[in-house]
Design a protein around this ligand. Sequence first.
Ligand code: NAP
Length: 225
Amino acid sequence: MSVAVITGANRGLGAEWVAQLLDAGWTVYAGYRTQIGRLGSLACDSLTINQLDVQSMESVHSFADGAPGRIDLLVNNAGVADGRWRDLTEIDDKWALEVMDINALGPVRVVQALYPKMSHDGLVKVAMTSSLMASIDDCEMGRSYAYRASKTALNMFTVSMKKEAAERNISFVVLHPGWVKTSMGGDRAPVEMPESVEGMRKVVEELTLENSGQFIQYDGKQLPW
Ligand SMILES: NC(=O)c1ccc[n+]([C@@H]2O[C@H](COP(=O)([O-])OP(=O)(O)OC[C@H]3O[C@@H](n4cnc5c(N)ncnc54)[C@H](OP(=O)(O)O)[C@@H]3O)[C@@H](O)[C@H]2O)c1
């Protein structure tokens, strides 16, 4: 049976990943920060949930200790927006560092802590949830300073880790879920959660060691860095 780990799984895209993977017969280990939210309605024998705050090393290690011994897929989904600033004079140091900590370093901490459980004979897939807003080539509008920078840093962490991880049969993909109707994406977003996650699952299915480290949108389109 295949085992998936999902972070930020109590709501939004994380909860949708859990729902779809359970439907597809996966065993799922899901992290929630404070409230179990939608995970309560998904309870079943194939789902185990545990507290996880990706900012806390202690929480990350305790989450990793409770994870199944063999992991086939990790979806680093947890993330925050920075949508508080109208212009650059309002950039707030403290919050900018927090956004970087959660969005860029949080997923790296989770990979590090789960590394021993992802080191086995089979191919292991790691999906890093980034954003088109990470793309330097695509950055016409600017703004969302810390969010953009945090996801660009996440992209570089991922590409930098891929070579070393490939020696352990671990393949990465950097995903853009689309602009999706969640509390982060808002009501005007054109993509519904099921469509986004169905698309990202297809991208993950096609992941191999050879195509590790690509930046791909939920519909399969390759994105510029
Ligand atoms: N929606 C979009 O249009 C869109 C577009 C591009 C990329 N993304 C990315 O997709 C991912 C999911 O976004 P979403 O739209 O589903 O957002 P969301 O509905 O706001 O959900 C965010 C999730 O991340 C969790 N989280 C936040 N900080 C955390 C921390 N320190 N430790 C652990 N979990 C934490 C939240 O937990 P709490 O409930 O405890 O806050 C929540 O479960 C994010 O990485 C986001 O950047 C989304």
